[in-house]
Design a protein around this ligand. Structure first.
Ligand code: SF4
Length: 511
């Protein structure tokens, strides 16, 4: 539909003889999926929602030629029952703070000059001309940035570890193997602002002493792949990738590697095995990739969102970044807000915001005014958080304390009609399927957990099954080899803890 609209805009502007005066810019995602497709008119800052190809003629005739707003296409704030023109004033955006998503929806991702126009590649120029690798690492350490892919490991320390492991050959890997059902944070950044990731990878290469980077991306992301390929070519042409970048002695280039959709390949050692052409199975750690990673060389693996934060941190300084967030979780986090919420979409919020603010102020509350039951954070192996924690400020630590996790940023809202036992079964089915099978607790344990949940939801469960779910879930969590198995029982354990009565209803009322 958006492509059709672009074509229609070209036609209508040509008819009005305005095609040379007015530019049509194709951007990445605005995040407000619920109200797409979106058309923004500059310099008026007017934000039109749910635009259809048949609306284009009216926008051109009324807005562009006569300067009159097309009222029916403006967003109506439900609580205020008022039409709002400017993007920033819409409640969906009002509490957001966009650092990683700063350019998504604002620039044409296929045009490097638009990225440069937003200070793109300035951070790379700065580190190459003014800073030593140690200074770059210290800035990232001081910023407090932690890995946004799920682990939350401090990024600067990861860079320092890789830097300290001396070797002629080192690598930078961008983990773009986004596998959580319903999550599209990394995809949106790559589709909307690919140069920010390329620039950050080059900065990382300079800091740790690597000349080669790989982006491991799901083959199911064709548009992100297309835009990355365009961006890499343009960056080479502009001398910001390749040899002697900014006329320095620093060389750095990037290659894409395609993943085939295995969830476990998001785990860094499995990802490295896959890039090497082996089976995508995790290895026991240590050694960590910083010591012995790709082809046994020191390797720094960071996720897409982590990288997208790097250029502004370098340009604006660590204090600017660390002012946002909580004591141990600095900056912002991008969440894919989905499920039974009014405003489904991609949101970037400061760490420390409450779940209530995300779900009600940004997300617009529960669909059809139904009651809230739970929110699951952290992807398929995150926990389900009940209403009593809606006012908890969220960061890496608090989410863990209440039985869930930050993960890569999936956030699925459930209403009063969702059966939490069915929800737990759904996620177990996913993790059972995605288990690579290398270690027994995850391979067999998740299968047994899933079987018990099937039995319970089929009305054949017993009290003993509930005890088994608890003890087996804890065992799988404690004894699995990688993060997938270590977190896969979270949906079961958290629902057993917070929604025990629903399990009992299935067991007591069994036929
Ligand atoms: Fe494979 Fe699961 Fe073991 Fe990870 S925990 S290595 S996914 S079997």
């Amino acid at each position: 539909e958006s492509r059709e609209m672009i074509e229609k805009f070209h036609q209508e502007l040509k008819k009005a003889d305005l095609h040379e005066e007015i530019q049509i810019v194709k951007t990445g995602c605005f995040g407000f999926c619920e109200k797409g497709p979106i058309v923004k008119i500059h310099p008026d800052h007017v934000f039109y929602v749910e635009v259809k190809p048949q609306d284009v003629e009216e926008i051109v005739k009324e807005h562009i030629i006569k300067g009159r707003r097309v009222e029916r296409l403006l967003y109506e704030e439900p609580t205020l029952q008022k039409k709002i023109e400017e993007q920033e004033k819409i409640s969906f955006y009002h509490k957001q703070l966009r650092i990683a998503l700063r350019n998504c929806g604002f620039i044409n991702p296929e045009n490097i000059e638009e990225y440069i126009g937003e200070d793109g590649y300035l951070a790379l120029g700065k580190v190459l001309t003014e800073m030593t690798p140690e200074e770059v690492i210290n800035i990232v350490k001081d910023s407090g940035l932690r890995g946004r892919g799920g682990g939350g490991f401090p990024t600067g320390y990861k860079w320092e570890l890789t830097y300290r492991n001396k070797n002629d050959l080192k690598f930078v890997i961008c983990n773009a193997d986004e596998g959580d059902p319903g999550a599209f944070m990394d995809r949106s950044i790559l589709e909307g602002d690919p140069h920010s990731v390329l620039e950050a990878m080059a900065i990382t290469g300079y800091a740790i002493g690597a000349e080669k980077g790989y982006i491991y991306i799901r083959a199911e992301y064709p548009l992100a792949i297309e835009r990355l390929n365009i961006a890499i070519e343009q960056a080479r042409d502009y001398g910001v990738l390749g040899e002697k970048i900014f006329d320095s002695d620093f060389n750095f280039d990037i290659e894409l590697k395609y993943g085939a959709g295995a969830f476990v390949c998001g785990e860094e050692t499995a990802l490295i095995n896959s890039v090497e052409g082996g089976r995508g199975e995790p290895n026991a750690k240590p050694p960590f990739p910083a010591e012995s990673g790709l082809w046994d060389k020191p390797t720094c693996v960071n996720n897409v969102e982590t990288f997208a934060n790097i250029p502004p941190i370098i340009l604006k300084g660590p204090a600017w970044f660390s002012r946002v967030g909580t004591k141990d979780s600095k900056g912002t986090k991008v969440f894919a807000l989905a499920g039974k919420v009014n405003n489904v979409g991609l949101v970037e919020v400061p760490m420390g915001i409450t779940l209530r603010e995300i779900i009600y102020d940004i997300g617009g509350g529960i669909r059809e005014n139904k009651g809230f039951k739970a929110v699951q954070t952290g992807g398929p192996s995150g926990g389900c958080i009940p209403e009593k924690y809606l006012d908890t400020p969220i960061d890496y630590e608090t989410l863990k304390e209440i039985g869930s996790m930050m993960g890569s940023g999936g956030m699925i809202v459930m209403d009063e009609e969702n059966c939490m036992v069915n929800i737990a079964k759904f996620y177990l089915e996913f993790t059972e399927d995605e288990s690579c099978g290398k270690c027994t607790p995850c391979r067999i344990g998740n299968k047994r957990l899933h079987e018990i949940l099937i039995r319970i939801t089929n009305g054949r469960g017993t009290e003993v099954d509930l005890e088994s779910l608890q003890s087996l879930g804890e065992m799988v969590k404690e004894s699995s080899l990688c993060g997938l198995g270590q977190s896969s029982p979270n949906p079961v354990l958290s629902t057993l803890k917070y929604f025990a009565e629903e399990y009992r209803e299935h067991v007591v009322n069994r036929k």
